[in-house]
Write a protein that binds this ligand. Structure first.
Ligand code: RTP
Ligand code: MG
Length: 155
């Protein structure tokens, strides 16, 4: 059993427009690699309104949905597939709580403490379950190839 490879898990990570605009992408990627993740795929693109709405469809009835869509379409994002054992929960732990002000108080070494502003502008995204990871990875990446490929140049 000691020789059995640990099963790797994949999750979807995104550096949101404020993170890209604030030039946090390089330090975030360094933190990702230093934390033992592999970056299996990476694309940078500008989300359009339909794509942002579809990606965050679970929040479509929330009062913050219009501002979320506005925020997510305000500039380029970097989208990555991260791979390691326990990638989904470990990436969520590394990014910290949704509200960046809470992150600064309770998780000062988290990524949202580093580059987030408040509960809306929190600079990074992470899949919150195996189901959402599968949905979100196939939302942006073509499963039929193992190359760094993307479904569209602009989404
Ligand atoms: P994410 O999906 O982006 O990783 O964030 P999360 O799981 O920590 O939080 P979630 O509840 O899924 O919310 C998605 C994103 O919507 C924005 N938001 N604004 N009260 C508000 O104004 C509010 N609440 C959430 C944030 O950008 C949040 O990350
Ligand atoms: Mg979420």
């Amino acid at each position: 059993l000691a020789n059995v490879d640990k099963v790797k898990e994949k999750t979807l990570a995104m550096i949101k427009p404020d993170g890209v605009e604030g030039e946090y992408a390089d330090v975030i990627k360094k933190t990702i690699l230093d934390s033992g993740f592999e970056i299996a795929h990476e694309i940078e693109l500008q989300l359009n309104e339909d794509t942002a709405k579809n990606f965050y469809a679970e929040h479509s009835s929330k009062s913050f949905f219009p501002s979320l869509v506005q925020y997510m379409t305000s500039g380029k994002v970097v989208i990555m597939v991260l791979e390691k054992e326990n990638a989904i929960s470990d990436w969520r732990a590394l990014i910290g709580p949704t509200d960046a002000n809470t992150a600064k108080e309770t998780h000062p070494t988290s990524i949202r403490a580093l580059c987030g502003v408040d509960t809306g502008r929190n600079c990074v995204h992470g899949s919150d379950s195996p189901q959402s990871a599968a949905r979100e990875i196939s939302f942006f990446f073509d499963k039929s190839t193992s190359d760094v490929s993307q479904r569209h140049d602009e989404l």
